[in-house]
Each structure stands twice: as structure tokens, then as C-alpha cells.
Design a protein around this ligand. Sequence first.
Ligand SMILES: Cc1cc2nc3c(=O)[nH]c(=O)nc-3n(C[C@H](O)[C@H](O)[C@H](O)COP(=O)(O)OP(=O)(O)OC[C@H]3O[C@@H](n4cnc5c(N)ncnc54)[C@H](O)[C@@H]3O)c2cc1C
Length: 380
Amino acid sequence: MAEHTTVIVIGAGVAGLTLGNILLRNGIDCVVLEKYPREHVEQRQRAGTLDSRGVRMFREQGLEEVLAHDASTEVEGGFFLDGEELPIDFADDAGDSLFLPQQVLVRNLTDVFLRAGGDLRFEADGITLGNLEHPVVRYGDRVLTADFVAGCDGDRGVSRTAFPAGVLTRYSREYGYAWLSVLAEVPTNPSGMAIHARGLAGMIPRGAHASRLYLQCALDDDLARWPDERVWSELEARFGRPVAPGRIADKRLVPLRNVVHSPMQHGRLHLLGDAAHIVPPMSAKGIHLALFDAEVFARGILRQVKEDDPSVLESYSETCLSHVWNYQAFAAWITDLMHDAGDASYAGEFRKRVARAELERQFTSPAAGRLFAEFTAGVA
Ligand SMILES: Cc1cc2nc3c(=O)[nH]c(=O)nc-3n(C[C@H](O)[C@H](O)[C@H](O)COP(=O)(O)OP(=O)(O)OC[C@H]3O[C@@H](n4cnc5c(N)ncnc54)[C@H](O)[C@@H]3O)c2cc1C
């Protein structure tokens, strides 16, 4: 016998768990299926902050407890150019935004969902999805049917592959470089992003005793070429000031790209978050977009189920894509601005001076500054 539910959510990341919690609080049946074990999902470290819009959204949904975190590090950081710190005050732009590591948010969302009686199934491996008009989801020997499916399974998930051939268009931009992304057990000092002829560098707090370190590198770079000593010496060179080394817990290479899959719905299957779009991490807007999609989709389901009104669901893709493209534009702008200052083939010195002018304009022109602040706060 197939089990039936109103919404099957595939993937227990930020998008899937936020959606599951909103639906559950509003009395809508749902089942969340996650491929990996709980420990794996809760330890995956990526983003570190939640923007103002995200914080307000959780409060408005009555989910303030998912924001709980014991470290009190404030969102902070500056811009450095050739070792000089530009006089830019981030704090005013941050508004309500919160230091909240992604794995803490995911852990909190999981706890709240399970405590409220939510149906969350880890290790649901080998999911297949068929008949998008009357969705049927299979994994192992289980068969589930649903009125709607939310594909929240990230860029490498299975949901997108269920779209019939020819329906989806993939728009993308590859930057031709990558970030070496490092997790280190040291306090963050200095804190912020540095533009330098050797490439971009970043040092962002992940609590009082840990930092995420970023170094722009070649797309075909190799972790073997980045022993710990080289990570610390490159950070010092690019920030132009001493950096105290510490234990490095993790290193990986992340290619920078923008991706949008359009449309974000077909039949009763809807894509949310990274399953539908990727922004380069320089913009720090991946979580913002995942939460936006989850909120719009949840509103659509509530309107459909409670008022028999399909209008919000029918325009889900259109509503989200207009927001997604707005943030893709911001992500492409800030990524271009901060990189390639040292690329001789790409007029690096010229670009560096343009970057200084642009950054200074953000903080001296009320109009430009307002727009930058609106994007960083997530309210643009
Ligand atoms: C190094 C790095 C740094 C980043 N920094 C930032 C940042 O500073 N700020 C920011 O906002 N964003 C950042 N991001 C992006 C952010 O992490 C993502 O945008 C965000 O995780 C998207 O949430 P999601 O729920 O859509 O996808 P995910 O968080 O990827 O969740 C997808 C879930 O689906 C599960 N899944 C996958 N396949 C299947 C399957 N077949 N069946 C069932 N379940 C499946 C996965 O295990 C996972 O739990 C960063 C990303 C990286 C890689």
C-alpha cells in the first residue's frame, strides 16, 4: 500500500526543513525524505550568517527558536585593498542579520520539526520520482504518493532529473577560478575580504574560536599544492598584515559559478533552493534564496489547501525567478568586483582601481550605499 501525504519534501537542508516546519505549524501533512544520516547532515559546514530578511521570516513564522546559538559573535568584517583597510562600516548595513552557522540552523530546524511531531526520514537513499501530475515517490521498498513534491535536494539531488526532457533550461556563468575554502580553529583576525594582485582572500568568523578562510585559486588547482603553511602565508600576503596560524580542520576547492534552472516547477513538482539555482559564495546569498523559495512555496500550499486558491502555486516559478535573477545580478557584480585584481590578461591593475572606486562609492553615495545595504540585508 502506498502512503499518502499532502507534500513530500525531498532533502533535509535549509530549504526542506524550513518548508517542513512552516507546513507543520500550519497543520499541513508532509514527509521529509533525506538521503544521508542525521549526523552527516548536521555536521556539514557552509554558510555562517543569516541576513535580516531570513531572521525576520523565522520570527514571523513563529520559528524564532531555530535562531538559537550559544556563541555571540556579531556579524563583522571589512574590505582590504592591497593591505589597506577601507573605512567601511558593515554593522550599519547588517540590520537584524545574525551570526548563525548553517549546521547550527539545520540542527535547530531538525530539532524543532521532530519535537513538533514531524515525519523526517533519514537515510532514504535511492529516491525515484514519477508521474509529476500525481506524484509517486519510491525509495527502498517504500512507496509514497502526494499532492505536491518539493525538490529541496540541492544541486546534485534527484528532483531536477525528474523533469521531462526539454522542459528545463540551464543558464550559467563560470568564473574560471575557484576558492580554496578552509576551516581553521583560530579566532578571526583580521576579519573581512581582501582584494590583492595575488587574488582575493577572505577571513570570516565561525564562532569565537573558528574561522572560514578563502583564497582565490585556479580552477584546476590541487589541494596537494596547499600545505597549511602556504595557506597562512598567502593570507598574510593578501591581507597585508600578520595572521596568527592555527589548526586547519578542513580544506576544499569550490568553483565559482552562477546557475539558474528555469522554470522552477512542472506539474506538481517544485524546485527550491540550490536544486534550482546557485550563487557564488562571495555573495553569501544561497541561504537567502533557499528561504525565499521555501516561504513562497509554503504560502502557495496554504492558499491551495485552505482556500482552494491555486494562484500563488501557479505563479511560484515566476515569483521566485524574478527574485533569483535580482540576486544573481548582485552576486555577479560583487564577485567580479572582488576578483581578478591581479590577472594581467584581464587588466588587473585597472580592475583594482575600479574596485576601490566602486567600494568607496557604496559608502559615500547614499543611493549606491542604500542598494548595497539592501542586498546585504536581503531586502532588495
Ligand atoms: C563553501 C560554501 C560556502 C558557502 N557560504 C555561504 C554563505 O556564506 N552564505 C550563504 O547564504 N550561502 C553559502 N553557501 C551556499 C549555501 O550553503 C546553500 O545555498 C544552501 O545550503 C542551500 O540550501 P538547500 O536547502 O537548497 O540545499 P542543501 O543545504 O544542499 O540541502 C540539500 C539536502 O538534500 C539532501 N539530498 C541530496 N540529494 C538527495 C537525494 N537524492 N535524496 C534525498 N536527499 C538528498 C542533502 O543531503 C541535503 O541535506 C555556501 C556554500 C558552500 C559550498
